[in-house]
Design a binder for this molecule. Structure first.
Ligand code: HEM
Length: 131
């Protein structure tokens, strides 16, 4: 069945996948995203996505979403951005964020794809130290 296949794909994806509603509340989080942020799904679902980011993004993220909904002007949707994630243990990590807007069952949700860049950044820094 289609829904079961989709769930298997998302559950086994290498990248983290998180969906939020129009107010930034997390609706789903896949195992890869849980592993990256060190949270269990039930600790994140129902809470604002801003819990997964450091200051000043944490304080401003609702406004970013609201501004997009008012202006339809995308700053990340369909473009992507390198951003910083905040783990449960307080440490941070860089990742490539891709966001898309999805029309689903008469409402709009946002999906975020999270591609961890920790390894690449570490290698980059080591190379810089040699120079
Ligand atoms: C917008 C940061 C995660 C959905 C933004 C903007 C920033 C940002 C800085 C505004 C960009 C600008 O105005 O130039 C972050 C950080 C994240 C994060 C640091 C780390 C966890 C997510 C996730 C989703 C998401 C996982 C979706 C599931 C959105 C939406 C917008 C937005 C819908 C408004 C549309 C747009 O600007 O294109 N975010 N974000 N964000 N973010 Fe996030």
């Amino acid at each position: 069945e289609n829904a079961a296949l989709l769930k298997a794909i998302i559950d086994n994806a290498i990248d983290g996948i998180i969906t939020i509603d129009g107010r930034g509340i997390v609706e789903t989080i896949n195992p890869s995203a849980c592993k990256l942020f060190l949270y269990a799904p039930e600790e994140v679902i129902g809470n604002n996505i801003s819990m997964l980011m450091p200051t000043p993004y944490k304080e401003n993220h609702d406004h970013y979403i609201g501004r997009y909904q008012q202006t339809r002007e995308a700053h990340i949707i369909g473009i992507g951005r390198e951003v910083t994630g905040l783990r449960k243990d307080g440490t941070m990590f860089p990742f490539r964020l891709a966001v898309s807007e999805v029309q689903f069952a008469e409402r709009k949700i946002f999906t975020g794809f999270i591609h961890d860049l920790s390894r690449e950044k570490e290698a980059e820094e080591q190379l810089r130290d040699y120079a």
